[in-house]
Design a protein around this ligand. Structure first.
Ligand code: ZN
Length: 134
């Protein structure tokens, strides 16, 4: 597996993220399932093993669902006055499916943005070298 040369090409991260494409070449699939990333790109062999979108996508999804979908569920129940079980079943499905869909989109976008900006997790080893110099 060859080492990816990150950020060489400037692909639009939102576009490649929303389409679930590789941030390096824009051709290969980023996801191997619903939410998990491939180990590497099938088209350009860029490694995705060290990449992690973190908790950021989940935070955006929680805000989006809480701000837009929960009020719609409440409005549905107040305006149409169906049995509570009907409201619960319908909106539980809508909330779960929309959350999974939004989470996939946001993971792709945030992964692509992090890739282009060469962001990575800071590890303890990164600071050990600085301490030994002083
Ligand atoms: Zn690629």
């Amino acid at each position: 597996m060859k080492t990816p040369r990150r950020g060489r090409r400037r692909l639009p991260p939102v576009q490649t993220g929303l389409s679930g494409r590789c941030p390096e070449c824009g051709e290969g699939q980023l996801f191997k399932g619903l939410l998990s990333f491939q180990e590497s790109c099938a088209a350009c062999d860029a490694s995705f093993l060290d990449e992690d979108a973190g908790d950021g996508p989940a935070i955006f999804v929680i805000f989006a669902v809480g701000i837009f979908i929960i009020p719609m569920a409440l409005a549905f129940h107040m305006l149409l006055d169906p049995p509570l079980a009907v409201t619960f079943v319908i909106w539980s499905l809508i909330i779960i499916l929309s959350s999974l869909w939004l989470l996939r989109l946001m993971r792709g976008v945030m992964f692509n943005i992090a890739w282009q900006r060469n962001a990575r997790e800071v590890r303890l080893q990164d600071f050990k070298g600085k301490d030994s110099d002083t």
